[in-house]
Ligand binder design. Sequence first.
Ligand code: PLP
Length: 451
Amino acid sequence: MENIQSWYNIVPDLAKYLEPLPPPKGGEEVLKVLVPECLKQEMSREPEIEIPKELQQIYAMIGRPRPLVEAKKLQAALKTPARLFYKTEFYSPTGSHKLNTALAQAFYAKQAGIKRLVTETGAGQWGTAVAYAAKIFGLEAAVYWVRAAHDRKPERRKFMEELGAVVYASPSTNTGCGQTLLHDNPNHQGSLGIAISEGLEDAISRKDTAYLPSSESTVYVLGSVLNHVLLHQTIIGLEARQQFEELRLWPDIVISCLGGGSNFGGIALPFMKEVLAGGKKIRFIASQTQAAPSLIKGKYRYDYADHAGLTPKLKMYTLGHKAKLAPSLAEGLRYASAAPIISLLRNHGLIEAVSPDESFVFCCAKLFYDTEGPLPPPVVLPQVANIGEYNPRRHGFPAVESIYSIATAIEEALECKATGEKKIILFNISGHGFLDEGVYQEAFTKYRIGY
Ligand SMILES: Cc1ncc(COP(=O)(O)O)c(C=O)c1O
């Protein structure tokens, strides 16, 4: 297949076929600490944005285009007439799709003379992607990592540090927001919304901003939710579309897990283009943790994207920016709101949402592992992550977030078995679980799944 040379920007198509994307409100301070080129892309009305040549080469280096695989053994085990295809975002040196936008944001930051990237992370995948991208472009990186996941994944912390990043468990004593929360509860487990607030406070409190490049200049890079992040991730769906065209097939259903919406948007939006234009019919299904079913139980309204209310207000499905979310083993899906682009499409009835039971999800992880898996090791192992021998039993599962995609694809395949329909189902495996071992052990013990 040909390399993808431009990302797809759905924003003008939303305006053409549905309604204009509601603009953000306020939060000017935050806009000053984003990468200037990304801010331009955030507001862009161009239908396509060219991927810089240097970045195209780096995408090739990290394994793009990524294979589309038919899950034949899983189909056989399920005895379904449906055909299941998955996109392999786990073929990533850091373990997930997050690198697609981390590299783009770091590339533009470097071009603008910026020296330091600050960010949040939930599952740890985004933090690792930023650490890796910073290393590639010779930048510094600081990561505020939700404590609940941080404490379960010491090897992933080590991975980020070996790439040169400074990592803070969030809430941390490094920011006013963190200090207040720790004062009220010294064992606070954190949340993505809190980690975003801490990262933003860090970036805003620096004297120099993105517009004043100097040895100190810092920007905030976000791993989901914003338009430019979904834009960079469209490379997933653009590749998948080409791969389906080569197979002379077209999906009936497109599925992915959804936290803030970046990998879901990445795989879905290039297919949504055809649906909006009225040419094709596809069901799009977002799979969410029951701890944060923003698209199911949230309200479509303006809200902040972080706990402290530092960001602009965005129109999105939200459970409330200060909502106390139940714990979830899929920390990367435990976020109160869904991206404005995804929310608008959901509000027009173009996206369905489900939140499968956690025990069912882990049973599906085991079934996938026993049929299609174990996944091959990411290329950096074990030299960088320094986790010793690659043991497929310990490290061969998909990322915990990604198994929500698998579980929902299995549910749909079983539905086809009941109805006899030969649907074509595409799902995204957004990441590798090679550093999620602690979470799997906890889940398999909790749900008495032998492995
Ligand atoms: C592997 C993986 N998949 C999915 C997600 C959810 O994020 P998003 O909805 O932005 O794709 C995360 C978030 O950390 C993740 O690490």
